[in-house]
Design a protein around this ligand. Structure first.
Ligand SMILES: NC(=O)c1ccc[n+]([C@@H]2O[C@H](COP(=O)([O-])OP(=O)(O)OC[C@H]3O[C@@H](n4cnc5c(N)ncnc54)[C@H](O)[C@@H]3O)[C@@H](O)[C@H]2O)c1
Length: 506
């Protein structure tokens, strides 16, 4: 009887993705037993069958949702209308100590004359630049070092560096550029890949650059956050109007992304937290963004961003899991190698998601907040993230439940779980020492309207928010973020069911 019960419920209902949680499934089994008036003589069997089912599901860390039923051996409905246009870096190399492989690899690929773009910290406080230059020289590769990188590079810095480097290199172009540093140095190096051969101001490259032939870039991130080593864009600050401009094309994606987590071990806690929450934002935002089938490519034949798909969501899910597991720890215990390595993977996996799926309201509003406050990229994302999540409760319910489970939230009461998740994200932001509302960022109530207009002006991000009325959604997200108000705050229902979240079982 128990077997029949399982066959009917598991094979029919689970296969169709009807259930999204273990308690729901167990309730259905109980209902089945009651409905069919089953004599509970083998009651103990039923109990153990339920236990086994829970164990099987939990051991694999997955629940029988539509997205993951496949992993349980149950066929899952396909995202049949996905339109995948996935653009990773040319080569992806990850591992502690992997930096030592680079000289031999570049030699094998035929490169002979390189330029390293980095900043003063890496030249003066780490052995990495000298070690690389000497190892490369031993193989016959010459390397010029530029150490003028700065946080949040400006278009002016890029143009000055272009002029200086063209002079120093006597117009004999390098055959590759290596970026060593956080997102700032990688973005400067990306832009230089365009401007060095052409000798033109970087703003000339802000539109369609399909005609350009950028130098090949090797990106070695030293923060776990931006994922610029896998994306098509370089973000530069335009000092004339305090806005960020993006120079973007798939041809700018690094030829090689080399992620050596050891590079991040020296990151101070503030940089670690800001970069880490940036990675988490990339993962969540791209996981919940517009579907590839609905993404407006504007007729582009090689779009940099094209909406979420089963492929990008796979990377996003793993990136979120890693961030939830390791972000707190990298901040409080920067010498934890496992945590640092976990976040290095999380960052690049998040980039493999958002680097093709794209982003929406969190980044759109964060750019406007950064324009007014000049706070760091990661912190301006973090202050907005919980309020954007709250606005997506209805349209992205199954995905929100999935994220709640990754946090270890019991999902028996689904309404409560989807409300609770943004609050847990806000708690994480708070633990990382980042303000959790816009007032604490120094934004005045009178600034909110301008903030909405600036944010909605970033049309490529606004159009990807999966809500029908984006303008009014932005307004209410911004007001809620200013007041620090989530739906969980106003709902008595929203308290944790047991007061303790069980990460181990999810
Ligand atoms: N192109 C993209 O796809 C993309 C995506 C997100 C963000 N960004 C950009 O990235 C920038 C932020 O990058 P970030 O968060 O990596 O920080 P960052 O590169 O601005 O670095 C911040 C500071 O930390 C220092 N630092 C970096 N790594 C260190 C290490 N291992 N040890 C000690 N000090 C270290 C740097 O020298 C710098 O002073 C912003 O300008 C943002 O616009 C770009």
């Amino acid at each position: 009887m128990v077997e029949r019960c399982f066959r009917d419920i598991s094979e029919n209902s689970l296969r169709r993705g009807v259930f999204t949680s273990v308690p729901e499934l167990v309730a259905a089994i109980d209902g089945y037993i009651a409905h069919h008036n089953i004599n509970p003589t083998p009651f103990i069997w039923t109990m153990s069958a339920r236990d086994i089912l829970q164990k099987v599901i939990r051991a694999d860390g997955r629940l029988p949702t539509k997205q993951n039923a496949l992993h349980q051996g149950w066929p899952a409905p396909m995202r049949s209308d996905d339109l995948v246009h996935f653009c990773p870096p040319g080569r992806l190399i990850i591992g502690n100590g992997s930096r030592h492989q680079l000289p031999a690899l570049l030699h094998r690929l035929g490169y002979r004359k390189g330029l390293i773009v980095t900043d003063a910290f890496f030249v003066s406080a780490t052995p990495w630049v000298t070690e690389y230059v000497e190892a490369a020289r031993a193989l016959g590769l010459a390397t010029h070092v530029y150490s003028g990188g700065m946080p949040d590079p400006t278009t002016t810095l890029c143009d000055e560096a272009t002029a200086v480097l063209r002079g120093e290199l006597l117009d004999a172009m390098p055959d590759h550029v290596i970026a060593l540093g956080g997102g700032s140095n990688i973005d400067l190096a990306k832009a230089l890949c365009l401007t060095l051969p052409e000798g033109r101001p970087v703003l000339n490259f802000a539109g369609d650059i399909s005609w350009a032939r950028p130098l090949p870039l090797i990106a070695m991130p030293t923060t776990a956050g931006t994922g610029s080593e896998a994306t098509p864009g370089a973000i530069l600050l335009d000092p004339n109007n305090s806005t960020k401009v993006a120079v973007s094309d798939n041809s700018l994606r690094p030829a090689i992304a080399l992620i050596d987590p050891e590079f991040t071990f020296t990151c101070p806690p503030r940089v670690t937290a800001d970069a880490g929450i940036d990675a988490f934002t990339h993962a969540i935002e791209s996981y919940l963004t517009i579907d590839s089938a609905n993404y407006d490519r504007g007729g582009h034949t090689d779009p940099g961003y094209s909406g979420r798909s089963s492929l990008t969501m796979m990377f996003a899910r793993e990136a979120m899991r890693l961030c939830i597991a390791w972000l707190d720890r990298t901040y409080t215990q920067g010498d934890d190698i496992e945590a640092r390595t976990g976040m290095a993977y999380a960052s690049v996996y998040a980039a493999l998601s958002y680097g093709s799926a794209g982003l929406n309201a969190v980044h759109g509003i964060a750019y406007a907040v950064a324009g007014q406050t000049h706070k760091s990229h990661g912190s301006t994302n973090a202050v907005i993230l919980p309020y954007v999540l709250d606005s997506l409760r209805e349209v992205r319910r199954p995905e929100m439940l999935e994220i709640a489970r990754l946090f270890g939230v019991p999902t028996g009461d689904q309404d409560r779980a989807v409300r609770e998740m943004p609050r847990l994200v806000r708690d994480l932001v708070d633990r990382l020492g980042i303000p959790t509302n816009l007032r604490a960022f120094g934004i005045e109530e009178a600034d909110l309207e301008r903030l909405s207009e600036d944010a909605i002006g970033v049309a490529r991000l606004a159009k990807a928010l999966p809500l029908p009325d984006v303008k009014s959604a932005y307004r209410s997200i911004i007001r809620n973020a200013w007041q620090g108000r989530l739906s969980a705050d106003t709902s008595m229902q929203a308290r944790p069911e047991s007061g303790v979240y069980d990460n181990a079982s999810s």
